[in-house]
Design a protein around this ligand. Structure first.
Ligand code: GTP
Ligand code: MG
Length: 485
């Protein structure tokens, strides 16, 4: 066999084939080394890096150059291999006949051709590498885009899950803190003048002058105020004259009706924060006022939690800049109710702080701004004058603001509450009020006097310190709880 090959294929051809094969192996190994070089990590340009989204870490496996490119390079290498074979043959011929000028010319021709072909191979190899890098970059860009889209979707899902968890926490916060019922909150008032009234009007005794005298005495001792007590008595006397009332049970029903009428005339069917009229642009600005200690800050905190639980977006404005503790107290409520807060430096201008809160609400498209205010000033400045200034500033911050001037009065102060309500209303044009601390007093009758005199709707009543203790005022429910025996 060996002898047959030796005869059929001259030795220089075998040498040439071996050389070509070696050249091809070297070229192939060089290319493999290039493609295995570790890829530098892909960095997102600064403009494409999104806040909160980690630039994705992308690993793209090596991508092959286009087949047509590889084929061209291979063809050039084949041509080179063939030329090398030819050169070896020419050199062997020259070796056999060194004096042959034809053999010499042949060698020269193949050497020049080989140099040209080597340049061609280099060129094609460079082109293949460039094409490979381009394909690699394209694949990496596509992978990066895909990873970014995925990262954004994951981030969005995370934000939404967090929002849902916060909503749930808020809802549980409002629900779990089961407060008192209105009836429990009114227990003291019921055990005060209402107990005497119920005892008198529930007794099976004659409807005579003595009974009416006793009724008069009870109403005057209740905290409804002289004017309202007189009006209530008048209405009973009128109906007696018209013979509409035949016994004390009927007097009780008539009084209950009259009290519900007084409480409803301003409040309508139920209290709560009224919605903004349809055409009025948000945010709804609520300025909360009242003398010190009545429960403004606490009411704002409870209200924020309630409004949030009802799906409204709320921001708090810490307009009581006169006491450091006031801002901190509101901070605690903002944290509990999970709502943003705007605070200024202690002692700074309250109007400016509330202006900022409204501006932020407008910017962030929030529904409601709850503005806390001071109940007492360090200086001798008049509180009402100060609050008038704040009110004007709110009007500059947002057309129509404040939409609600919510006066907080403390029921335990009885007739003082009524007086404060009148003064505040004269100065600021109160649009609704909140009667707090009904749970701690027998003077709950004060609400009847305030509604009768000022005809301002009661928005909420407070029967304790928990969120659930702030109740939307419902005249019917209120009277039922008041008259319950
Ligand atoms: N029992 C009871 N306490 C209440 C109620 N509302 C508020 N309080 C308490 O009343 C106290 C005063 O409440 P604040 O909210 O600080 O009153 P404020 O009007 O903001 O007081 P200043 O900022 O000093 O003007 C706090 O201890 C509250 O917890 C309520 O309806 N029932
Ligand atoms: Mg306060």
């Amino acid at each position: 066999m060996r002898s047959v090959l030796a005869i059929a294929i001259p030795s220089y051809v075998v040498v040439a084939v071996v050389l070509v094969a070696a050249a091809l192996i070297v070229a192939l190994l060089a290319r493999l080394a290039v493609s295995r070089k570790p890829k530098p990590p892909v960095e997102l340009p600064p403009g494409q890096q999104r806040e909160g989204v980690e630039p994705p870490n992308i690993e793209v496996p090596a991508v092959a150059a286009p087949a047509e490119r590889v084929a061209r390079e291979q063809k050039a290498r084949d041509e080179l291999g063939a030329a090398q074979g030819q050169l070896e043959i020419a050199r062997a011929a020259l070796q056999r006949d060194p004096s042959s000028s034809a053999a010499k010319a042949e060698v020269d021709r193949y050497e020049r051709a080989l140099a040209d072909l080597q340049r061609k191979v280099d060129y094609e190899a460079r082109k293949t590498q460039e094409a490979q890098e381009k394909a690699q970059q394209k694949a990496e860009a596509a992978a990066r885009e895909q990873a970014e889209t995925l990262a954004r979707a994951q981030e969005q899902a995370r934000i939404e899950a967090q929002k849902r968890a916060e909503e749930e926490a808020r809802r549980r916060f409002v629900e779990q803190e089961a407060g008192r019922t209105l009836s429990e909150g009114l227990a003291r008032t019921r055990s005060g003048f209402m107990a005497r009234l119920n005892a008198l009007l529930g007794a099976s005794r004659e409807l005579d002058d003595a009974a009416l005298g006793e009724l008069e005495e009870i109403l005057f001792s209740a905290d409804v105020g002289v004017r309202t007590a007189t009006a209530l008595l008048e209405s009973v006397r009128e109906r007696l004259k018209r013979r509409e009332l035949s016994d004390l049970g009927k007097v009780k029903a008539a009084l209950r009706e009259e009290i519900e009428r007084i409480l409803s005339q301003a409040a309508g069917a139920h209290g709560g924060l009224p919605d903004l009229p349809a055409a009025t642009p948000a945010p709804q600005v609520v300025m909360v006022v009242g003398v010190n200690g009545t429960g403004k800050t606490t009411t704002i905190g409870k209200l924020a939690a309630k409004l949030r639980a009802a799906g409204k977006s709320v921001i708090l404005g810490a307009g009581d800049t006169f006491r450091a503790a006031a801002g901190e107290q509101l901070d605690v409520w903002a944290e509990r109710a999970q709502v943003p807060i705007v605070r200024g430096k202690d002692g700074s201008d309250p109007g400016a702080v509330l202006f900022d809160a409204v501006a932020r609400a407008r910017n962030d498209k929030l529904d409601v701004v709850l503005c806390d205010t001071a109940g007492r000033l360090h200086t001798k400045a008049n509180l009402m004058e100060e609050l008038k200034g704040v009110k004007r500033t709110l009007g500059k911050a947002h057309a129509g603001a404040p939409h609600e001037v919510l006066l907080v009065v403390d029921a335990t102060t009885g007739q003082n509450a009524s007086q404060q309500a009148r003064q505040c209303h004269d100065a600021l044009g109160v649009t609704g009020f909140v009667l707090t601390k009904l749970d701690g007093t027998a003077k709950g009758g004060v609400i009847i006097g305030i509604c009768d005199e000022l005809k301002i709707p009661v928005r909420y009543v407070g029967v304790g310190e928990k969120v659930a203790d702030l109740k939307e005022f419902d005249p019917h429910e209120f009277v039922a709880a008041l008259f319950a025996e």
